[in-house]
Design a protein around this ligand. Structure first.
Ligand code: NDP
Length: 328
């Protein structure tokens, strides 16, 4: 049997953690042939709740689950980690300024980056889910100078999946008929879901839909504001779909994108498409052999350009703010 892969999950006792851990342990993150060892990281006050979740994981008797350890500090939590899912973050509370939010999260993601740098496995892959995810990923990445920058990613797969379903409904097709959809920019209300390069059963999606008003006034805002709509409807956040997207993100990163398709990931920019080098921004990426690459050479029309620029501008402002706070 294979050596277990060490998967560290932060915020393990939270809502997303509860929806995520059982699927990791049942083999949906890395596949049915890969045993996993879970390393749950929580703040000291939440360790007891994490222990409760660990009891339930034990009670599932998952064949692929090789062990569970619980930690209250990042140094131990990330030691030997092959995959790290950074879910725990400081939520925005009423009246909180953006600077306060970024500072609070800097206090979490800086030491986590340092701990990953010091003790994670050489093949470490990091996904940041906790918001503001792109900038939290940037902070962690900048404090892990010995880890290749491309190992730090931020989640826009939930936005990507949301966009897939909205487009499939509009076009009256199955989600599996759609390829090459893209989320650009920040995982925030400024994100830009782009269908101009998407294909529906081999045809251009924007041509198939042929409805700019729907695109601008319905599709884009529905995808961008979906999280708020779910909170409004169910009285709780979209934890299960966020967990599902985290599973999808890592699964695709490890196992590759399908031929003729790509996915969306927040990754370190190399300057492609006018996104300043070093920002962690969402791009169309293909994954192969455990690595991602930004899809090159796409034409960006005026409609898309304005929206990508606005979201990237927001990312640049967040970067400048954390720089001013001395967090990077
Ligand atoms: P959740 O598990 O619901 O959410 C965790 C993070 O994921 C938040 O930053 C949240 O952002 C973000 N997120 C991203 N996408 C989504 C989405 N689609 N729907 C909902 N959330 C999304 O939060 P809980 O409060 O239930 O749990 C957080 C846990 O993290 C707590 O147990 C806490 O103790 C722990 N924690 C651990 C830390 C550590 O390990 N060092 C540090 C800080 C906290 P948003 O705020 O925008 O909803």
């Amino acid at each position: 049997s294979r050596t277990p892969v060490n998967v560290t999950v932060t915020g393990a006792a939270g809502q997303i953690g509860y929806a995520l851990l059982f699927r990791i342990a049942s083999g949906h993150l890395l596949g049915p042939d890969t045993p996993v060892r879970l390393r749950l990281l929580e703040i000291p006050q939440a360790v007891k709740a994490a222990e409760g979740t660990a009891m339930e994981l034990d009670d599932c008797a998952f064949p692929l689950l090789a062990g569970i350890d619980i930690f209250d500090n990042p140094t131990d939590g990330f030691a030997g980690a092959n995959v790290a899912l950074l879910v725990g973050a400081r939520p925005r509370t009423k009246g909180m300024e953006r600077g306060d939010l970024l500072a609070a999260n800097g206090g979490i993601f800086k030491p986590q980056g340092e701990a990953i740098n010091a003790g994670a496995a050489d093949d470490i892959k990091v996904l940041v889910v906790g918001n503001p995810a792109n900038t939290n990923a940037l902070i962690a990445q900048r404090h892990a100078p010995d880890v290749p920058a491309e190992r730090f990613t931020a989640m826009t797969r939930l936005d990507h999946n949301r966009a897939l379903t909205q487009l499939a409904k509009k076009a009256g097709v199955a989600v599996t008929d759609i390829a090459k959809l893209t989320i650009w920019g920040n995982h925030s209300a400024t994100q830009y879901p782009d269908i101009f390069h998407a294909r529906i059963a081999g045809k251009n999606a924007a041509d198939v839909v042929d409805d700019r008003t729907w695109l601008a006034d319905t599709f884009i805002p529905t995808v961008a504001k979906r999280g708020a709509a779910i909170i409004e409807a169910r009285g709780a956040s979209s934890a299960a779909s966020a967990a599902n997207a985290a599973i999808d993100h890592v699964h695709t990163w490890v196992n590759g994108t399908a031929d003729g398709d790509w996915t969306s990931m927040g990754v370190v920019s190399d300057g492609s498409y006018g996104v300043p080098e070093g920002l962690i921004s969402s791009f169309p990426v293909v994954c192969k052999d455990g690595a991602w690459e930004i899809v090159q050479g796409l034409d960006v029309n005026e409609f898309s350009r304005a929206r990508i620029d606005a979201s990237v501008q927001e990312l640049a402002e967040e970067r400048d703010a954390v720089r001013e706070l001395g967090l990077i």
